[in-house]
Ligand binder design. Structure first.
Ligand SMILES: [Zn+2]
Ligand SMILES: [Zn+2]
Length: 360
């Protein structure tokens, strides 16, 4: 049973055996079910951080130096074992990133942005209204608070830098850009994405929030993107920072990728699968798999659930909505976020993530 929003399935990397591991030397042990493959003896491996060899099934091995690290000793913790090769902090320092060229035409092509509109004009001149706060009358405070559209950086050059940073991360992870849920042959069809199948019902997005979501999508097609920068951190890998102040309840991004049946993916070790539909009939449950096609959502990191400070870092919430009868997953600011702050949400969120905190 999937009991969390993020699936945590795997203990060891499923990465291909690196060429640096020569015949006769140690091989990765595999945790595939029923795997009769050679299981190397890793009983001597200790964690480089805490020195303990306990919790061996949570010891992640570096694909380069073979040293061990507990998932929970890495800072921040790794919620699940990476699908691709994993390199420990000291080994990953040596990795050079290919930075995407800061060339407008290349960025426009990469993200398939409507060419005519990536202009110097300030974003948000299309009737996006700033809602006036009308005091705090009792009637107002009882109303559900509305989602806000993201507010792109005003400087077009800065927006290009933000996009280039995402392109860099997508290329480095072998991912194609997509800003929508994708339905591929052999996976779940679009017709399977029915919010009415959600076990205990799914929150229907309000008309106004739906318009806000559409506005965000339209802005992105024009190259007016959320003010986010993808940065590479030797400990966290790719991670996302706010590039300007982001207000509580702002739509950060939709979580996108290939939609598939959970049942097709139970042995899949995708490191960032997201629950899309948790159906009463488990065979109808769906997940989002962002490993082939995705957007910035897959680079937003999880909080460390093992420390009290982890919760404090959380500034983004993952919320599922019924949008025109289909399930969609949105990442929404759960408080005001300062410029430069990294974004974090709880990978182990509740199965039913209703924004009840928006109610007074
Ligand atoms: Zn440890
Ligand atoms: Zn290493």
């Amino acid at each position: 049973m999937v009991s969390s929003t993020r699936l945590v399935l795997r203990k060891r990397t499923q990465a291909p055996i690196p060429v640096s591991v020569l015949p006769g030397s140690k091989k990765r042990s595999r945790s595939k079910k029923g795997g009769a493959e050679e299981q190397e003896d890793y009983s001597n491996v200790c964690c480089e951080k805490c020195g303990s060899g306990e919790d061996a099934d949570e010891l992640l091995l570096c694909d380069k130096c073979d040293r061990g690290f507990h998932l929970f000793c890495l800072r921040p913790i790794i919620a699940s074992v990476p699908k691709r090769s994993w390199f420990c902090p000291s080994c990953s320092n040596n990795k050079r990133l290919t930075t995407f060229p800061l060339v407008q035409t290349k960025i426009v092509d990469f993200f398939r942005i409507q060419r005519s509109s990536l202009s110097a004009e300030a974003p948000g001149q299309d009737g996006r209204k700033r809602r006036k706060r009308t005091g705090s009358s009792l009637v107002m405070s009882k109303k559900r608070r509305k989602l806000l559209p993201f507010n792109p950086s005003e400087d077009p050059a800065r927006r290009l830098e933000q996009m280039a940073s995402l392109a860099t991360a997508l290329i480095a992870t072998g991912t194609e850009f997509s800003n929508e849920l994708t339905y591929m042959p052999g996976m779940a069809p679009r017709s399977a994405n029915l919010a009415k199948h959600e076990r205990e019902g799914m929150q229907v997005i309000s008309k106004e929030d739906s318009q806000t979501l559409n506005l965000c999508k339209a802005m992105m097609r024009r190259g007016e993107w959320p003010p986010l920068m993808v940065v590479f951190d030797s400990l966290e890998g790719f991670t996302v920072e706010a590039d300007r102040f982001i207000r509580d309840l702002t739509i950060i991004t939709e979580y996108v990728g290939d939609v598939d049946y959970l049942k097709n993916r139970e042995n899949d070790e995708g490191d960032s699968m997201m629950t899309l539909l948790s159906a009463a009939d488990p065979s109808k449950s769906l997940v989002i798999c962002p490993d082939k096609r995705s957007n910035i959502a897959r680079f937003i990191n999880g909080i460390n659930n093992h420390t009290p400070d982890g919760k404090k870092k959380q500034n983004v919430k993952c919320v599922r909505y019924d949008v025109n009868g289909e399930c969609r997953v949105l990442l929404i600011a759960s408080r005001d976020i300062a410029k430069g702050e990294r974004l974090y949400y709880d990978y182990n969120g509740y199965e039913h993530e209703y924004p009840t905190e928006h109610f007074v």
